[in-house]
Design a protein around this ligand. Structure first.
Ligand SMILES: [Mg+2]
Length: 373
């Protein structure tokens, strides 16, 4: 641990793209994921401390490809950082923000690595550097995206046995009748004590959404996420006016202005993702705006980020006062993780621990093996 008055000069900022296989394909409306391409950021200080960050490339969500992210981070962001003092994190991120519009995934990964670096230098957990902890653990949800009812039911029962008590169904992947039946069966199989929500990933129209909601009312679906494409404001307002179920906005929310718009449309909450909002500072700002507007929050990693970004999500969720709609960690969907000890789940809980920074130890062999060159 080093004294705070000594400068922490940044020596290098590197970006690595990796292609990571999932344990099995995840089916969503409009997309099936089998392999993900993520970008890993490594920042090293002149005195040898290292911080790590990660963001999934998500062209349809953030407009960023892994090729573009690597190029932007190494060719454009690194020169803005190298030779500067990492302790001045806020002014450093403002300096970067003044030169780039958007690129929210790249900026999030860089900010994550910067905070992790500070954590290692000052021997503080990530959560301590981004605000006061409200809890020392999270209870993550499990995503059901197998593409068939039988597979989802078996998956849900297995994960329920592992301690999961909150489930998100990926909608818009089958006929609406099949999805209604699947939700009703899921409630039967899991019992009354678990939470069930549905994420339509823009895959419904107003008639389908209304039909699903009315036919599954006995299953007590907690909320419906992103029922419509973001431009379909009319359907969103109509569904919200029904008052039949709370609506969560995901793809429709990329910044604070989006949150205000969704709020005026009657949306009840948002999915907070680091790669979408542009990092921890922006996400915390968004969370406080939600609180002011009486909106709920789900804190989610992007499917599928490794234990590096999932750790950041866990720390972020630990400092947000209310995460009523839950937390989604995505490293369990990966067949390969990039850390030596992936985040664990014990009785449905993942604990932050007391290691510095993100609390992870990057597996350099896996980083090298799965790197896209
Ligand atoms: Mg979503």
């Amino acid at each position: 641990m080093m004294p705070i008055h000594e400068k922490l000069m940044i020596q290098s900022v590197k970006a690595y793209a990796v292609a990571l296989p999932l344990t099995k394909p995840i089916k969503m409306a409009h997309a099936v994921f089998e392999t993900v391409e993520n970008v890993i950021v490594r920042i090293e200080s002149e005195d040898g401390f290292v911080g790590w960050g990660e963001a999934a490339s998500a062209p349809s969500l953030t407009g960023e490809t892994w090729q573009g992210m690597v190029s932007l981070i190494e060719g454009f962001i690194a020169p803005l950082m190298v030779g500067r003092d990492a302790r001045l994190r806020s002014s450093l991120m403002s300096h970067i923000g003044a030169h780039i519009f958007g690129a929210t995934g790249s900026i999030s990964a860089v900010e994550m690595a910067l905070i992790d670096l500070l954590g290692h230098r000052y021997n503080l957990p990530f959560a301590m550097l981004i605000g006061g902890m409200c809890r020392d653990h999270v209870e993550p949800m499990w995503i059901l995206g197998n593409g068939s009812m039988e597979a989802d039911l078996a998956d849900a029962q297995f994960r329920h046995g592992k301690g999961y008590r909150s489930f998100k169904v990926k909608g818009g992947t089958q006929s609406i009748d099949q999805e209604i039946e699947a939700t009703m069966r899921l409630r039967d199989v899991l019992g009354q004590d678990v939470k069930i929500c549905i994420d339509a990933n823009s895959g419904y129209d107003l008639a389908k959404a209304r039909r699903y909601i009315s036919a599954t009312s006995a299953a007590r679906v907690e909320f419906i996420e992103q029922p419509f494409p973001r431009q379909d404001i009319a359907s969103l307002k109509a569904l919200a006016a029904d008052g039949s179920i709370p609506i969560c906005a995901d793809q429709s929310v990329h910044d604070i202005a989006d949150i205000h718009l969704q709020s005026t449309c009657g949306v009840s909450g948002i999915a907070l993702k680091l790669n979408k909002l542009g990092g921890v500072t922006a996400a915390l700002h968004a969370a406080s705006i939600c609180e002011e507007n009486g909106m709920k929050i789900i804190v989610a990693a992007k499917v599928a980020e490794s234990s590096i970004a999932s750790a950041a999500i866990m720390h972020l969720a630990s400092v947000i006062p209310s995460v009523e709609w839950g937390v989604s960690l995505t490293h369990p969907y990966l067949a390969v993780d990039l850390v030596k000890q992936p985040l664990e789940l014990k009785d449905g809980k993942s604990f932050l621990g007391n290691k510095p920074g993100l609390g992870i130890d990057v597996d350099m062999d896996n980083l090298d093996r799965y790197r896209i060159r």
